[in-house]
Write a protein of this length. Structure first.
Length: 258
């Protein structure tokens, strides 16, 4: 929707200022935001169990609150794990946006024609994005992507069939003291073996791990490319035009053959 569209909605984020939700210790501020919501949308993964618990505890106080737990609608194949990053997948985004549109129409029936119109246009963009990811997975089927970081894209890579190896084959990194069990020399050798021109990390990385892997290769000019997992989006970024479609298109340009 555009700023000029006249609706009765106000968007807010439970987690503000780009704080990574994996590390959140919820308190009164977050609980008050949930209490004030007429429509609550969240993924429902491991890091958000506290939302499940709080919603259940306060359900009788907010009988008219619409709760949209997106995990309840995920549709995946046997090769894809349901984790809290499943929202990154364009194919799942199609499903989730449909549910969000339905909820908005229920919440603000006066403007349901507008929501349906916007949803139809956005769904077309998501479908094109989904098809483009499938096509790129075919083009890169002989490429191994070397992830020198945690792996929030694991569900997406598995769903579309991108081949990868990752220093941490999960996300988030466990909060206790970490011990890297992989051999970084082997990762460096993988750069040489595959002829990779780049390794990958994510938006909050300090790239130190990537530098160590590259140092163990014979290609000191190997680049480090940064995927955006959208884990730390802020309201100001959203209002300034940062959006899922553009981010995922940019991520796709990084998934290129060696």
């Amino acid at each position: 929707m555009n700023d000029s569209d006249n609706t009765n909605l106000f968007l807010n984020l439970i987690i503000k200022n780009g704080f990574n939700y994996h590390n959140l210790v919820p308190g009164v501020t977050e609980e008050n935001l949930i209490d004030s919501a007429n429509l609550l949308i969240y993924a429902g993964g491991e890091s958000e169990k506290w939302i499940d618990e709080y919603v259940e505890k306060t359900s009788s106080e907010h009988p008219d609150r619409i709760v949209l737990r997106l995990f309840d609608y995920a549709q995946i194949n046997d090769q894809t794990e349901i984790d809290e990053h499943i929202l990154i997948s364009p194919s799942q985004a199609v499903i989730f946006c449909n549910k969000i549109s339905e909820a908005l129409c229920t919440l603000d029936s006066e403007n349901q024609a507008l929501y349906k119109q916007c949803h139809e246009k956005y769904n077309q963009l998501l479908t094109i994005l989904d098809d483009t990811y499938k096509l790129q997975a075919q083009k890169t089927k002989d490429t191994v992507f070397i992830i020198c970081d945690c792996m929030p894209f694991k569900a997406l890579f598995n769903e579309y069939g991108f081949n990868y190896i990752a220093v941490y084959d999960y996300c988030p990194v466990i909060k206790t003291k970490q011990v890297i069990t992989v051999n970084l020399k082997e990762f460096g050798e993988k750069i040489d073996e595959t002829g990779a021109s780049a390794v990958y990390c994510f938006e909050n990385s300090d790239k130190k791990l990537a530098k160590q892997v590259i140092a163990n290769s014979k290609n000191p000019k190997c680049d480090t490319l940064v995927f955006d997992s959208m884990e730390s989006l802020t309201l100001s970024q959203l209002f300034n035009g940062k959006n899922y479609i553009d981010i995922m298109r940019n991520n796709l340009t990084l998934l290129r053959p060696n």
